[in-house]
Design a binder for this molecule. Structure first.
Ligand SMILES: C[S@@+](CC[C@H](N)C(=O)[O-])C[C@H]1O[C@@H](n2cnc3c(N)ncnc32)[C@H](O)[C@@H]1O
Length: 224
């Protein structure tokens, strides 16, 4: 499987995307501007995955969302779009260059969305530890994990602490261009880390999960 914007001619991906993804004009503008202006635009969250996350926000009545890996702001914007007016997104990244040059000028034209998002600069592991230390455990509804793959299991464990019972974690790139299905002797460090995270989630007694083949694979964990 692949992200719809990377492989627009795949008939199954195209059909599924066309009949499910409902981007607002501002979401579309941010996606298009990132694809046009950033050489690593392939880091963008797939719109079908962001739609899936938005659907969960509606379904579980989420108000507080953790967004691990901001890039140009597409996932943070998607969550802010789906959240109610008193909703909150905490988004984390070590690098705000794509956000500043591409995402922020677009998001700032929509103060009602911008006010819901806090963009935190710094390593997400430390930032999540900071939230746990502040007594925020159990107070978030949904988490989207989409930063450095090496820390995927760390992010999962920390997000599980921060989520309430009934909360949902979406782990993006869970198939990593299908590399995790290949012979383990071929794994690079990112593939190994993603495979370990998928296995850790499967063995975790505090959640149930489903690994979906949308986008680059999304492992969805439901906290008991
Ligand atoms: C795949 S992109 C995120 C895409 C974004 N979620 C979206 O939907 O468009 C991954 C991001 O993780 C960030 N990142 C890498 N290492 C990180 C770390 N240790 N802590 C926080 N962010 C990190 C990168 O700078 C990059 O912007």
């Amino acid at each position: 499987m692949s992200k719809s914007y990377e492989d627009p001619n795949d008939p199954i991906v195209g059909y599924c995307t066309k009949l499910t993804v409902k981007q607002t004009p501002v979401e579309k503008e941010l996606e298009d501007t990132t694809i046009k202006n950033h050489q690593h635009y392939g880091m963008l969250g797939a719109p079908e995955v962001l739609q899936f996350g938005k659907n969960f926000i509606y379904l579980i009545g989420a108000k507080r969302v953790l967004d691990i890996g901001t890039f140009s702001g597409a996932s943070a914007l998607a969550w802010a779009t789906a959240l109610p007016s008193d909703g909150e997104v905490q988004s984390f990244d070590v690098d705000h260059s794509a956000l500043k040059s591409i995402g922020l000028p677009i998001i700032q034209k929509h103060p009602e969305l911008e006010k819901k998002i806090t963009f935190n600069l710094g390593p997400a592991v430390e930032k999540l530890d900071g939230l746990i230390a502040k007594g925020e455990s159990g107070k978030y509804d949904l988490a989207f994990i989409d930063a450095d793959k090496i820390n995927y299991t760390n992010y999962y464990k920390k997000c599980m602490k921060l989520l309430r019972s009934g909360g949902v974690i979406l782990v993006d790139n869970a198939l990593w261009n299908n590399a995790v299905t290949k012979n383990p002797s071929t794994f690079d460090s990112s593939t190994k880390a993603i495979d370990e995270c998928n296995k850790y989630i499967f063995g975790d007694e505090s959640s149930n999960s489903t690994l979906l083949t949308i986008g680059d694979g999304v492992h969805v964990a439901f906290k008991k």
